[in-house]
Design a protein around this ligand. Structure first.
Ligand SMILES: [Zn+2]
Length: 285
């Protein structure tokens, strides 16, 4: 009896081992760009970039921080800030509660301080899983107070955006965050602060039309959609076909709207170089 059990378990383990070696049975995803079925594990190990076609999958804020910040250097600011339901929008509170549970975050942005290659900076990272990374009162308040914190500590400011725009469930309260964040960034910059804005897929609507576009330096990830209104809306409005790649990072960089398109694997090095140059300039000045 015991022998039988032991044998069965051994056979099961051997089969699992075989599956691991051949990759058969491993969880896979269908890549939306190349249409191939790719092992989840291979994508994860490749910084969440499709190893076959280079398609960029979204990163969670923690994954992003692991990629660009020195290990264990992140200190969170305003962790507990959470939204109310100012317009009593139906089901809004329920949705927020579900997303908190699902993502482990209180809203669509994580803010704090980090070190990048030993250089301290204030950082914000948006989360596109949280109601499309939309900006309501919490995102607005966290961006504005991060800029104020960075100014008070004389830290450079870096924000990774990923957003569908202003959060409709908060109506005018969400729209006014555009002015609020833009004003806070402007005050930070007038006081001599360096703001590097990193636009990731997608950065659209009210976020693209406020703090995300106000960087002294504008970086973007390859193929990121960056726009106010999407291509379909524009085509319908003007009744014309748009050029190939319109509103994608490369197109915008070619037309002078962005400084640089930076691959995921080079982002930390690029940020470190920019921070170092800024630090050296500050010391000279
Ligand atoms: Zn692919």
């Amino acid at each position: 009896m015991m022998n039988n059990l032991f044998n069965r378990r051994r056979q099961k383990l051997m089969k699992l081992d075989q599956l691991r070696k051949t990759g058969e049975g491993a969880p896979k995803v269908l890549c939306p760009k190349c249409g191939h079925s790719v092992e989840k594990d291979k994508i994860k190990k490749n910084l969440k970039v499709c190893p076959l076609c280079g398609h960029y999958y979204p990163l969670t804020p923690r994954e992003r921080l692991r990629l660009v910040a020195d290990e264990k250097s992140f200190r969170e600011i305003k962790k507990k800030l959470t939204t109310g339901n100012p317009l009593s929008f139906p089901d809004y509170q329920k949705k927020i509660d579900e997303l908190k549970e699902k993502t482990g975050y209180e809203d669509a942005i994580l803010t704090g301080t980090v070190e990048i290659g030993g250089i301290p900076a204030a950082i914000g990272v948006m989360d596109s899983r949280f109601l499309m990374g939309s900006m309501g009162t919490v995102v607005g308040e966290k961006v504005a107070s991060l800029a104020e914190y960075a100014a008070s500590k004389k830290l450079p400011l870096i924000i990774f955006s990923a957003s569908g725009g202003a959060r409709m469930q908060e109506g005018m309260f969400a729209l006014m965050q555009m002015a609020k964040t833009a004003a806070a960034i402007e005050r930070f910059k007038s006081a001599g602060g360096l703001y590097i804005s990193c636009l990731t897929h997608p950065t659209t609507g009210g976020v693209s039309a406020s703090f995300a576009s106000l960087g002294d330096i504008l970086l973007a990830e390859p193929d990121a959609l960056i726009c106010f209104a999407g291509p379909r809306v524009i085509e319908q409005t003007i009744g014309e076909k748009l050029p190939e790649g319109f509103q994608r990072a490369e197109f915008l960089a070619d037309h002078g709207m962005l400084d640089m398109v930076v691959e995921r694997e080079k982002m930390k090095k690029t940020l470190h170089t920019l921070l170092k140059l800024h630090q050296a300039g500050g010391q000279r000045g």
